[in-house]
Design a protein. Structure first.
Ligand SMILES: [Zn+2]
Ligand SMILES: [Zn+2]
Length: 176
């Protein structure tokens, strides 16, 4: 199983590198950093001042048909789908593609205070969460589980940073 990390409009290389290291450790596989050419201008909504999340996934899919593995995009841009105010991330259920936005994972967004450790903790939870969807996991009721849904930053902070035993079992099966 291959993992590909695709930074899309994000300057925090330290965060990217740390996420890559953690994923390599957790999934015991090499994580390739790739660059996709995502036309973000075409995904921008002037009305909402945000970028259409599903559009990233469509463009990623069009460029990576020959890839065998999961492709995780990470961006600093604020993303949305029409029915929601914002998204921390979106993934194809049992698919290859996902996107995580760290825009609203920054503590600066809420309190104005920079906290790189907290940013990393939040980002890795959302990466695990969206990857979980790629592996077929649905939302979990266990607050200690990273597959619990989180619609606010408080909920991101509240949920655990690993898969619960049940979700991990399902994930392991789909890795075989
Ligand atoms: Zn989810
Ligand atoms: Zn779970």
């Amino acid at each position: 199983m291959n993992l590909y990390l695709a930074p899309v409009v994000i300057s925090n290389t330290q965060l990217i590198d740390r996420i890559m290291e953690t994923l390599q450790h957790t999934f015991k596989t090499y994580v390739n950093k790739i660059s996709l050419s995502i036309d973000t201008d075409s995904l921008y909504s002037y009305e909402r001042k945000q970028y259409f999340s599903t559009g990233f996934i469509e463009q990623s899919a069009a460029q990576t048909t020959h890839f065998n593995g999961k492709i995780i995009m990470i961006t600093e841009l604020d993303i949305y789908v029409p029915v929601l105010t914002f998204l921390f991330g979106e993934a194809q259920l049992k698919g290859k593609h996902s996107i995580i936005s760290v825009c609203r994972l920054h503590e600066e967004f809420y309190s104005g205070v920079t906290n790189n450790e907290l940013l990393y903790e939040r980002a890795i939870k959302e990466v695990y969460h969206e990857l979980g969807h790629n592996f077929g996991l649905i939302h979990c009721n266990d607050w200690d589980c990273v597959m619990h849904s989180s619609n606010s930053i408080e909920e991101v902070d509240l949920k655990g940073n690993t898969y619960c035993r049940n979700c991990f079992g399902l994930l392991s099966k789909s890795l075989l």
